[in-house]
Write a protein that binds this ligand. Structure first.
Ligand code: FES
Ligand SMILES: [Fe+2]
Length: 442
């Protein structure tokens, strides 16, 4: 439970807020590269942390993210012409390059234009394109090195990235990604009125009893059977590894290990070695909406056409979205909840893991009220996330860098699952599963 003031600090990321100052110390995903597909393609409106920008790709292929307002008389540059290495305001023709320099003022004499140009410079963010994502740095001065995420370092054929819109505050959506205890309920199936693993929906009890269950399926049953995982949190130089342990078969322990990376990224569990890896970034648009960037990658092989097709049409953390990346099943249509399915096959009656997560985060309100919570042991990950974010506001207020900014290489980590003997120490399970990629110690 937080005080009202703490809740405000956690959730508000506008320009003059403590958490806004934290976010502005890090690179943030701003757009997918494919949203600006070719040189001189149409400029886009872009709102980040409550601030309005226009993004465009110039004739040389360079991306600019600039102030939306033309300094002449305030026309919006969204309507601008993207031409010959610059964005030209269509009201009276003033033109700006990707760095925000005013490079033409055609409605004034040469002498006046030359005098005005330096003062007509508009704000331009530092931009870097990496891993099929356009990253922006909204802070002052020299940005840090980009966070060295594995998805961005593998060859392009080994990854698929996308995004989805969500109509609620970034922090509660992010908490949903860190609260892996909810899988035992929210993402369960139903069979004969009983909660079952997703792989057991539609099977008869004899089928279930005789099922030859490999570990990658049995884990869905373990999650249903043990709704009270015990959490261990291991801190590292860019965030923390949240290890949720559940009872498996024969006294073994099933670990689902999630990375939280400052200030708004997570790498999801649910994969064994050789499986695809998954990650998210929750990017505040303003205080009541966010973009959730989604990454899938395989370090060892290209993703198949079938996998890419599945991900782009909605699967796991990837939602089924329209051409504007708005989920088809969303707040406005109650996620197309199907009450009959809720009785017979699905715990929620909502199709899609991503959509189930979105429904429940949205349902907490546009900004979740954390002054009225009753937290239990399995909320440890959520509690530690909040503490880490508050530590970051304190660091910035005292003039130091928040966690991770000075350790871009510590973002080169993985998340995933493991099955271990009951006597194993968590640290040993982590190093056996990930080696150095479990997290660089502080
Ligand atoms: S308002 Fe943009 S050129 Fe006049
Ligand atoms: Fe979930």
């Amino acid at each position: 439970m937080l005080t009202a003031a703490e809740n405000k600090t956690l959730t508000e990321t506008g320009a003059e807020t403590p958490m806004g100052a934290v976010f502005r110390r890090y690179w943030t995903p701003a757009l997918l590269s494919r949203e600006l597909p070719v040189p001189n393609s149409g400029p886009l409106r872009l709102k980040l942390l409550g601030e309005d920008f226009i993004a465009f790709r110039d004739s040389d292929g360079e991306v600019g993210i600039v102030d939306a307002r033309c300094p002449h008389r305030g026309a919006n540059l969204f309507f601008g012409r993207n031409e010959d290495c610059g964005l030209r305001c269509v009201y009276h023709g003033w033109k700006f390059d990707v760095h925000g320099q005013c490079i033409d003022i055609p409605n004034a004499s040469h002498a006046v234009a030359e005098r005005l140009k330096p003062n007509a410079q508009i704000r331009a963010l530092q931009v870097s394109e990496w891993g099929d994502v356009i990253w922006a740095y909204m802070g002052e001065g020299e940005p840090p090195k980009l966070p060295q995420f594995e998805f961005a370092k593998v060859p392009p054929s080994h990854r698929f990235v996308s995004k989805k819109f969500q109509q609620c505050n970034w922090a509660q959506a992010c908490e949903g990604g860190l609260d892996t205890a909810h899988f035992s309920f929210l993402h369960a199936g139903i069979n004969d009125g009983e909660k079952v693993g997703l792989h057991q929906v539609g099977l008869s009890s004899e089928d279930i009893a005789g099922q030859n269950e490999p570990t990658r399926l049995a884990r869905f049953r373990w999650m249903i059977e043990d709704g009270e995982p015990s959490f261990t949190v291991l801190d590292h130089a860019a965030g923390m590894l949240l290890c949720a342990a559940r009872e498996a078969d024969n006294d073994d322990v099933y670990y689902r290990m999630t990375q939280f990376l400052m200030p708004n990224h997570s790498l999801a569990p649910g994969n064994f070695p050789e499986d695809n890896n998954l990650g998210n970034t929750w990017v505040p648009i303003d205080d009541t909406s966010c973009w959730i960037f989604c990454y899938c990658w395989n370090p060892d092989r290209p993703l198949t056409e079938r996998e890419c097709h599945q991900l782009s049409s909605g699967s796991g953390i990837f939602a089924e979205v329209d051409e504007h990346y708005v989920p088809l099943r969303q707040r406005g249509n109650d996620y197309l909840i199907d009450r009959e399915a809720q009785r017979t096959s699905s715990y929620t009656g909502i199709r899609g893991i991503s959509e189930q997560d979105a429904a429940i985060a949205d349902s907490q309100g546009l900004i979740a009220d954390r002054t009225k919570e009753m937290l239990v042991q399995t909320d440890l990950g959520v509690v530690r996330f909040r503490q880490t974010m508050f530590d970051a506001t304190a660091a910035v207020a005292s003039g130091s860098e928040p966690l991770g900014v000075e350790h871009p290489d510590a973002y080169f980590v993985r998340s995933g699952d493991a099955v271990a003997a009951p006597e194993s120490a968590v640290e040993d399970v982590v190093s056996a599963r990930f080696g150095q990629m479990g997290g660089h110690p502080l």
